[in-house]
Design a protein around this ligand. Structure first.
Ligand SMILES: NC(=O)c1ccc[n+]([C@@H]2O[C@H](COP(=O)([O-])OP(=O)(O)OC[C@H]3O[C@@H](n4cnc5c(N)ncnc54)[C@H](O)[C@@H]3O)[C@@H](O)[C@H]2O)c1
Length: 312
């Protein structure tokens, strides 16, 4: 297989995808219209690949780095690539414009993917000659440390495009899931949204402090969720499995579902209370330090998961 990828946009997501492909043996051309972003990305990638090598997530950082070319022309980036992945700002007009350009200049065998968080592919690919080869490949930040990626085509995306995208994502070590038809928020953000909306309500209405709510996830539900999903979890929470769980707890969940958090938890009085309860916002330096700490912990967790899945 031709293992050549083009990454369009060198921000948070573009630089992370670049590392995912390069460490898996692909050659990658990383494009951005802002030269400073390319320079920042180069420094970030060098430091991060070295850390990933130490943690066992990248076999040879220097070789991976050597497979990356930083380019300031879209044509140069796309030439010869079979995987073209857009990660520009979340603006519909920009995605429409760049996908029209990509469809004109990319080779016939190239898949055109977008990292968009929330814009369905049908909104920016409808009028393209090559619309059957376009889809969303939505990562979680940062994709070099969190492997799941949501693949979601428009109604006209070819099944073969989704299958090839699935194979490529698996080849580079990610964990693809297929969203079978377009819906707002895809899957991951709908799940996250349900949990966050309830969290805003519980803190905003004074049932619990934000610190205790965070503990409920990181020292409770999240411990299991880091290696088993919610369905795998409830299978073990009733002696007769999921059907038994539904029978035992349906009344309880029906009561909860009849009293949902209201959409207005995200604004007004409740939101103000949540923000006040969380205290002063972080300074830029504190935010950078916390981001680095998050990434170190994620790296350690990936190492642990890799080792424990080998020993199972
Ligand atoms: N950050 C996240 O948590 C996250 C997670 C999943 C998906 N996404 C999606 O990924 C995409 C990119 O997000 P990000 O966080 O990397 O953004 P970012 O702001 O970090 O990066 C965007 C990059 O695009 C470049 N750029 C802007 N306009 C350009 C143009 N016209 N031509 C070429 N380059 C241009 C900028 O210089 C910048 O480097 C968005 O669609 C976003 O919704 C983001």
């Amino acid at each position: 297989m031709n293992k050549s990828a083009a990454m369009i946009g060198a921000g948070l997501i573009g630089r992370a995808w670049t590392m995912v492909f390069a460490r898996a043996g692909w050659t990658v051309r990383l494009y951005d219209s802002h030269p400073a972003q390319l320079a920042n990305a180069r420094d970030y990638i060098a430091a991060s690949l070295a850390e990933q090598e130490t943690a066992g997530l990248c076999d040879a950082a220097a070789a991976a780095e050597a497979r990356i070319e930083y380019v300031s022309s879209l044509d140069d980036a796309v030439a010869g690539a079979v995987w073209v992945h857009e990660q520009l700002p979340e603006q519909l007009a920009l995605k429409r414009d760049v996908f029209a350009q990509l469809d004109r200049i990319a080779g016939d065998d190239a898949i055109l993917a977008s990292s968009t968080s929330a814009i369905p592919a049908s909104k920016f690919t409808e009028n393209l000659t090559g619309r059957a080869r376009c889809l969303v490949a939505h990562p979680v930040n940062p994709p070099h440390l969190i492997p799941v990626v949501e693949l979601c085509g428009a109604p006209w995306t070819a099944r073969a495009t989704v299958e090839r995208a699935h194979a490529i994502m698996t080849d580079v070590g990610q964990v693809p899931i297929v969203v079978r038809r377009e819906l707002d928020g895809f899957i991951l953000n709908r799940l996250q949204g349900a949990l966050l909306t309830e969290a805003m309500r519980l803190v905003g209405e004074g049932y619990v402090s934000p610190e205790d709510l965070d503990k409920t996830i990181k020292d409770g539900l999240g411990l299991r969720w880091s290696f088993m999903g919610p369905f795998e979890t409830i299978e073990l929470n009733a002696p007769g499995g999921v059907a038994d769980y539904c029978a035992r707890y349906s009344d309880f969940y029906r009561r909860l579902a009849a009293d949902p958090a209201r959409p207005d938890v995200w604004e007004g009085e409740r939101a103000t209370r949540v923000v006040a309860a969380l205290g002063m916002p972080l300074s830029a330096a504190e935010r950078d330090e916390r981001t680095r700490r998050r990434d170190r912990r994620l790296l350690a967790l990936r190492q642990h998961k890799k080792a424990s899945s080998r020993s199972e």
